[in-house]
Design a protein around this ligand. Structure first.
Ligand code: HEM
Length: 178
């Protein structure tokens, strides 16, 4: 997982629960990097999962709720760091269609080490989009939070239904434009 996700998670936890909570999480996990993550570096996925699990225990949040809240918080921070063509997109529907075809493609051009999820988007009817999440990281609810963060950015009211599948790597996300 890219260091940027670690540094953003550290900022999210420190902002929402306080620096002491983040320090407790680092103490509880005792990982090699000891919180000194660099955005451009890549770290093992399991280290992120350990930090995430410890954060859920310390803050008494369940994993689904924490993924959603982190995603909502993360969106504006990722957008700020996005390539210029991404920041030109001016509505939620175009943005969601662009995740797989432009956004994560540009991310990987700039950093070939990035391993982004597949998020194929289709239009079910005038007001419903369907995104099929596929990734070994199993973070479908982080995708939900990011989509909600994007909707907030574009001032589009939505509701999202997430359906897990038999495989932990796959989720279906239905986005209703309200
Ligand atoms: C609504 C919009 C977006 C959604 C739903 C989305 C979804 C996700 C998810 C769920 C992950 C976690 C990794 C995984 O599940 O495999 C991820 C990783 C990532 N995304 Fe996106 N993303 C969005 C927008 C963006 C934007 C605007 C950027 C621009 C900088 C971006 C850059 C990244 C990067 C750098 C990673 C980490 C890849 C790695 O660890 O190797 N994403 N994205």
């Amino acid at each position: 997982m890219k260091g940027i996700i670690f540094t953003q998670f550290a900022d999210f936890i420190s902002e929402r629960f306080g620096l002491i909570t983040w320090q407790t999480i680092l103490d509880n996990t005792a990982l090699e990097a000891d919180g000194c993550y660099v955005g451009t570096m890549t770290y093992p996925d399991h280290e992120f999962m350990q930090l995430f699990g410890a954060a859920c225990s310390v803050s008494e949040r369940d994993g689904v709720q924490m993924q959603i809240e982190f995603g909502q918080w993360l969106f504006p921070h990722l957008l700020q760091k996005s390539p210029p063509e991404v920041r030109l997109i001016d509505n939620l529907t175009d943005f969601l269609f662009s995740i797989d075809t432009v956004i994560h493609v540009e991310v990987k051009k700039l950093d070939p080490e990035a391993k982004t999820p597949s998020l194929q988007c289709t239009q079910l009817d005038a007001n419903t989009l369907c995104l099929n999440y596929l990734s070994s990281r199993s973070m479908g609810y982080l995708a939900q939070g990011l989509i909600e963060g994007a909707a907030n950015h574009f001032k589009q009211v939505i509701s999202v239904d997430v359906t897990p599948s038999e495989s932990p790597e796959q989720y279906q996300l239905k986005v209703h434009l309200l």
